[in-house]
Design a protein. Structure first.
Length: 655
């Protein structure tokens, strides 16, 4: 017989024996333990809460004692805090003013505070400004704050100023000028209110801002306020506070004084004064006399910030030969190999540039000039210092192939050099001599230096029809001359009248929209070009016309009268009238035509024309594609033929 062993309920539960008796026994034990623990916690929590409440009560009583104000206590010292401002360049701007916050505690009638605005100190070079002090916000209940001027003349909208010159005239405030009074009661504007309001904090935030007649200078503006406290209307000097504030005005980004290399430029010019604009190019050849102290060139510096406005930096110009000195707007007469000047004088800023003169120092040769500002380094400039003693004169170049009778200009170019090969400039005068003075009367006509052409330009005078040549000498008479050029090519003197007109394009074929030049030349009865001049009624009414419209930007070609000229800068030495045209966008043949006008001979009053071709890129592309397609088709046929041949060969091999 198996003994009946007793097993604890917990063990039976662990073994999975979940009979009602075991569960009941276990639940009773667990419940008893939980209730005991909970009751103990409740008792401890209650005790702790009582202790906390007691501590809070004691603290509150203590604070109440500390914060209570005796009925006869004086006005508190209060606080005065300052927030510096960041003003703008506008003549008046209160939105970014400095802020002065005043706060005090009062317990009796006539407890008040005054705030006085002092003078404004401006940055060096800035114009005087007026300081304004304006209440903008109250501290505490607004009904318990009154702000008034020191003489009781105004109410809550009070505004005081210091200074009367800039901006609007300051309000006259008598002995209390510049003073605002703050108190805590009533609704009157009296200096010291007599109302008896309850104990309370009161105060105000004030905006201190600048007012001027013109836009202000960037920099730091400094001001101050004096805050005084009154007990029952009596000043307590020991409580007076003085606070400084600043209003910083930053320069606009577009007004930065720093130079920008992309906006700044330096331009070299021949002569003693410059006329160069900002977008001008350097003179192509600058030849200067080597004579010490003689000016022959100018460097004009445009110093600008990134926005294209004037910058302000120092500029240093250095040369390897000669000397440099500042011209108008800072000239002191001082010259040197390296010269530094500040780009900020009234003349510099008004003109938008600063000029530096280039002077000889007694030595000849080529000089390299460097120009630098604090932030920008410009491209070097090159000039040539020459001796006034001419050693050689090259063969004169003909600038105008045909001239009329009477004086004519820019006909010859003569280049003279000193013994070191430096081109002679404006300090040297050359002279032109005609080979036949019955055709051209020049027997020592002066020639002047032209930096654009890089030599001396001579103008000659035609007398009779013919073709004289010219020589150039270094003196005004043959007897005094020691240097003579070889003879130039002939210049034709024409006395003929207009007979016909000729039209020519600079090319025969153009791409769509390509720029073209149409030249009109007036001819005499023998077909030779006539001198430059104005020719009335060269064409009949309507001028010239075209079979296809030219593109935007093209010159008008319907003029009846024309003026012919030469232009050596583009290589045109024969007189003519040029039109700039832009070809049509589509391909085809373009014909320009007109009829000779009444100023021409009867034989010339006929139709004239010229025709050019505009290539059609689309048509050309289509033709290329068509040609390619034909080639591909031929290749396909050939491949088919070859394939059939191979198949025949294979059959024969198998057989």
């Amino acid at each position: 017989m198996t003994p009946n062993k007793q097993v604890s309920p917990a063990i039976r539960i662990l073994r999975g024996e979940r009979d009602a008796s075991a569960r009941a026994t276990h639940l009773e034990a667990a419940t008893r333990k939980f209730l005991v623990t909970t009751n103990e916690r409740k008792k401890m929590s209650t005790k702790t809460n009582f202790k906390r409440i007691a501590l809070v009560a004691v603290a509150a009583l203590g604070l109440g004692v500390l914060s209570s104000v005796p009925s006869q206590a004086a006005i508190s010292t209060g606080t005065v805090t300052v927030t510096n401002g960041t003003g703008s360049l506008a003549t008046s701007d209160s939105t970014t003013a400095a802020l002065i916050n005043v706060k005090a505690f009062a317990d009796a009638a006539m407890d008040s505070v005054t705030i006085t605005l002092g003078a404004i100190t401006v940055p060096t070079g800035a114009d005087a400004v007026k300081g304004n002090l304006m209440p903008i916000d109250t501290v505490g209940a607004s009904t318990k704050v009154v702000v008034s001027r020191g003489n009781g003349a105004a109410g809550d909208a009070a505004l005081v100023s210091f200074g009367t010159t800039p901006g609007d005239t300051a309000t006259t405030l008598g002995s209390s000028a510049g003073v605002l009074v703050i108190n805590k009661g009533g609704s009157t504007a009296a200096a010291y209110d007599t109302a008896t309001a309850a104990n309370a904090y009161f105060g105000m935030t004030f905006a201190a801002y600048l007012d001027s007649q013109t836009a202000r200078t960037a920099g730091v503006y400094t001001g101050s306020v004096v805050v005084k406290f009154y007990d029952g209307g009596t000043l307590v000097t020991s409580k007076t506070q003085v606070k400084d504030f600043t209003i910083t005005i930053a320069a606009n980004a577009t007004a930065t004084l720093v130079a920008d290399g992309g906006q700044s430029t330096a331009v070299l010019a021949q002569g003693t004064s410059a006329t160069n604009r900002y977008d001008a190019a350097d003179s192509t050849t600058v030849a200067l006399s080597a004579t010490a102290g003689t000016q022959g060139g100018v460097i004009r510096v445009f110093l600008r910030n990134y926005a294209g406005n004037s910058a302000q930096e120092s500029i240093t110009v250095t040369t390897t030969k000669g000397t440099i000195g500042a011209l108008a707007g800072g000239s002191s007469g001082v010259q040197g190999k390296s010269f530094t000047a500040v780009y900020n004088t009234l003349t510099d800023l008004a003109n938008g540039y600063k000029d530096f003169g280039i002077y000889g120092d007694g030595t000849s040769g080529s000089a390299t000039i460097t120009i630098k500002s604090t932030s920008v380094t410009f491209a070097n400039k090159t000039v040539s210092f020459y001796s006034t003693s001419v050693a050689t004169i090259a063969k004169p170049t003909v600038l105008t192939t045909v001239i009329g009778t009477g004086a004519s200009s820019t006909n010859l170019l003569a280049v003279a050099k000193d013994s070191e090969g430096n081109i002679a400039g404006s300090a040297v005068t050359l002279y032109a001599y005609s080979s036949d003075t019955t055709l051209a009367s020049d027997a020592g006509s002066s020639c002047t230096f032209n930096a654009t052409y890089g030599g001396h330009v001579c103008s000659v005078t035609g007398v009779l029809a013919g073709s004289p040549t010219f020589t150039v000498k270094n003196k005004s008479t043959v007897a005094l001359s020691t240097v003579t050029s070889v003879a130039s090519d002939a210049i034709r003197v024409s006395t003929a009248t207009a007979a016909t007109v000729k039209l020519t394009f600079d090319k025969a074929t153009y791409a769509p929209n390509e720029k073209a030049t149409l030249t009109i030349t007036v001819l005499d009865s023998s077909g030779k070009e006539l001198p430059a001049g104005t020719y009335a009624n060269t064409f009949a009414t309507g001028g010239l016309s075209s079979t296809m419209a030219f593109g935007n930007g093209s010159d008008t070609i319907t003029n009846v009268s024309i003026q012919t000229t030469t232009d050596v800068t583009v290589g045109r030495t024969t007189p003519g009238k040029t039109y700039t045209l832009y070809m049509p966008a589509t391909g085809g043949s373009v014909k320009v035509s007109g009829t000779g006008g009444a100023s021409l001979s009867a034989a010339g009053q006929v139709a004239v024309s010229t025709t050019v071709t505009v290539t059609d890129s689309a048509a050309a592309a289509l033709a290329a594609v068509s040609a390619l397609a034909t080639t591909v088709a031929s290749l396909k046929t050939l491949i088919t033929t070859l394939t059939n041949l191979v198949l025949k060969i294979q059959k024969k091999v198998k057989a």
